[in-house]
Design a protein around this ligand. Structure first.
Ligand code: BG6
Ligand code: MG
Length: 215
């Protein structure tokens, strides 16, 4: 049996529900470009990098932009998104997360963030969780997006823990695939059917205890 030495957390959809702010900001951009963008469409953007998200959005709206225009629109969406996350507060941390992070610390289990978002440091700061993380790996520090394992293998190596002693918490299929590709255990957060590749799935952190970190 393996006793886990480190936990790596995705941010969006695991620690906070920022998908709603991404959705509003992408929808406003789509409307400006003359088409609609539904909540169902938004599911396709979970765990996906900012530029890849824009490509999917443009595919939905059947629009073609130059590379320069794409950069401008991605920047515009981000400025709008940041205006929402700057209003975030501690009460937006998803239920059970803070208690579980505290339990990990009290049990000597290391903690890292592994997020695709370039806004991860800002979000952690807004919700007052920065100090809970031993290491932070985000969209600014990796060159390969999930399902590439880089964001998690980099986190494990910064923590000085071998991948086989790590578990990843993820709400996106690409994130579970990244954990598997990195040789780590994974716990899905969300829908059991969607995240069936994970070792097991929880609906939220109220269900999660240290005893369950045994594989
Ligand atoms: C991921 C989100 O965590 O970060 C995606 O699930 C998002 O929806 C991606 O596109 C990049 O985020 P940001 O903040 O760098 O635009
Ligand atoms: Mg996520």
């Amino acid at each position: 049996m393996v006793q886990i030495k480190a936990c790596l957390f995705d941010l969006d959809g695991v620690i906070v529900d920022t998908a709603k702010y991404h959705y509003i900001a992408w929808k406003e951009l789509a409307n400006e470009l003359g088409f609609d963008f539904t909540e169902e469409d938004n599911e396709r953007l979970k765990g996906v990098s900012r530029m890849r998200s824009l490509d999917i959005l443009l595919e939905i709206g059947n629009k073609t932009l130059t590379e320069e225009e794409k950069l401008q629109y991605a920047e515009k969406k981000n400025t709008n998104y940041v205006s929402y996350i700057k209003k975030m507060q501690e009460d937006e941390i998803l239920p059970g997360v803070k208690k579980f992070l505290t339990d990990l610390r009290n049990n000597g289990i290391k903690i890292a963030l592994g997020s695709a978002s370039k806004n991860a440091p800002l979000i952690l700061n807004q919700i007052g969780l920065t100090s809970y993380f031993d290491e932070i790996v985000d969209g600014n520090s990796v060159s390969n997006a999930k399902p590439d394992p880089e964001v998690f293998t980099k986190g494990a190596s910064l923590l000085g823990v071998e991948p086989k002693d790590c578990v990843v918490f993820e709400d996106a299929v690409a994130g579970i695939e990244a954990a598997i590709a990195g040789g780590m255990y994974s716990i899905g957060v969300g829908d059991a059917e969607t995240l069936s590749e994970a070792n097991f799935v929880i609906k939220g952190f109220e269900e999660m205890t240290i005893d369950r970190l045994q594989f």
